[in-house]
Design a protein around this ligand. Structure first.
Ligand code: SF4
Length: 422
């Protein structure tokens, strides 16, 4: 498992007997969250979206409740979903009270736009009565004062100074401390903290600083990370850094895309850091190069799709283009294929089981994965175990030499491939 030592924190619990309970912080695994992108008042669509995210592996789903009709819809939504739901509240503290009344499992408040002490106190008391946690979400985008012109001028001034990060950090921490005072005065500690920014460096600094000052669980995220194509790197660099440092108890990766990608990438990040036990197969594939003699891009995509559909256990599967690294990866994987001249050799736990032509690779590989899964389930083999040491294959004898054929004019090199996103 993981080499990460996680920072000790308090723990909060959200959920109910019907949807189950999710713990955040303490010894609980890092939870993956996402947020619906449609209108909450559109009950059927909202439930469908929540359930899709839950089926994809989201532990918690957040919904926006900007209007009264959204919190009204929550009553029905909460009857139909199977994961804990968080109401995302901005500007109107009444929405929080309505969401609590509707039976929501957690509230998110933004100190940047709900900061009237009496109003915050009402929300705290309502949550305390129902034993609901509250996330205090300090966001770079909404932390600067908007109403008080003098205050705004002062706060903005620092943002344009040379030390933008230090200044923003100071504002975020100060406002967080002020906000926490209201909670502490009411002896409320079921708190999760987030401090998101669009700037990955500020995200790292803010969470690191907050983790030194408070022992509340932390909800990691980069706000407004953009489309998945660029948002992935913007998100996983700071989140990966923090998680590898032991900081972070739940996360949401946010993309301007279908939120199911947020769940997929959040889980994958936790899997590769060893912070969550993988569900489903793990796919390793080579990037291909000028040695390739099969259509590996297409094969890899086909394998990825089939594994997602048909394999439930965390079987490690390698798809390698040639004998350069193929045998090494095959040795480390449960099931592997490495290709040669329009053929592929399949290995299961280091033992060669087939040598098939290119058009049969997908089916043969999947077949071996399914058989292997059955054997694991029957207790005949264990994941990650090696049966025999792999003997390096004779590339000419086993796979044939495409290069020789090319030189002899018997075959042509494979046409360069184009990948389309799907
Ligand atoms: S495994 Fe072979 S084809 Fe794939 S990148 Fe490595 S050298 Fe190239």
């Amino acid at each position: 498992m993981s080499i990460v030592t996680r920072r000790p924190t308090r723990q909060v619990t959200l959920g109910d007997d019907r949807v189950g309970y999710v713990k955040i912080g303490g010894d609980a695994p890092v939870a993956v969250q996402s947020m619906t992108s449609g209108y909450t008042y559109d009950i059927d669509k909202c439930v469908t979206e929540i359930q899709k995210l839950a089926a994809g592996g989201a532990d918690v789903v957040r919904v926006a409740v900007p209007e009264r009709k959204d919190t009204e819809a929550l009553v029905e939504i909460l009857k139909q979903v199977t994961v804990p739901i968080v109401a995302d509240v901005h500007f109107h503290f009444q929405r929080a009270l309505e969401a609590v009344e509707a039976g929501v499992h957690k509230i998110r408040l933004n100190p940047g736009n709900i900061n009237d002490k009496a109003q915050v106190a009402k929300v705290i008391d309502a949550c305390k009565e129902r034993k609901l946690p509250i996330r205090i979400g300090v966001n770079e985008g909404s932390i600067i004062e908007r109403r008080d012109k003098q205050k705004r001028l002062k706060e903005l001034g620092g943002v344009f100074s040379d030390d933008k990060h230090g200044h923003m950090l100071a504002i975020m921490i100060t406002k967080l401390e002020e906000y926490l005072d209201i909670f502490h005065e009411r002896d409320f500690h079921d708190i999760v903290i987030s401090a998101k920014s669009i700037d990955p460096n500020l995200v790292i600094k803010a969470y690191t600083e907050i983790s030194k000052r408070f022992d509340y669980p932390l909800h990691l995220g980069v706000t407004h990370a953009g489309p998945k194509e660029t948002g992935t790197i913007r998100s996983v660099v700071p989140l990966g850094h923090l998680l590898a440092s032991g900081i972070g108890d739940t996360l949401r990766i946010s993309y301007a895309n279908d939120p199911i990608y947020e769940v997929e990438d959040g889980l994958e990040l936790l899997y590769i850091l060893g912070l969550r036990e993988r569900k489903g197969a793990e796919l390793i594939a080579c990037p291909t190069c000028g040695r390739i003699q099969v259509d590996l891009f297409t094969l890899t995509q086909q394998v990825r799709k089939k594994l997602a559909e048909e394999i439930e256990l965390p079987i490690k599967v390698a798809v390698m283009g040639c004998i350069v690294n193929g045998p090494g990866e095959a040795e480390g994987a449960d099931v592997a294929i490495f290709a040669g001249d329009r053929r592929g050799i399949i290995y299961v736990q280091g033992k060669k089981v087939a040598n098939v032509p290119e058009e049969e690779i997908l089916e043969a590989l999947l077949d071996e994965c399914k058989k292997f899964q059955t054997r694991v389930r029957n207790g005949e083999v264990k994941l990650g175990e090696k049966v025999v040491e792999i003997a390096p294959p004779d590339p000419i004898g086993e796979l044939g030499s495409g290069y020789d054929k090319i030189a002899a004019g018997q075959t042509q090199r494979i046409t360069p491939l184009t990948v389309t996103r799907g």
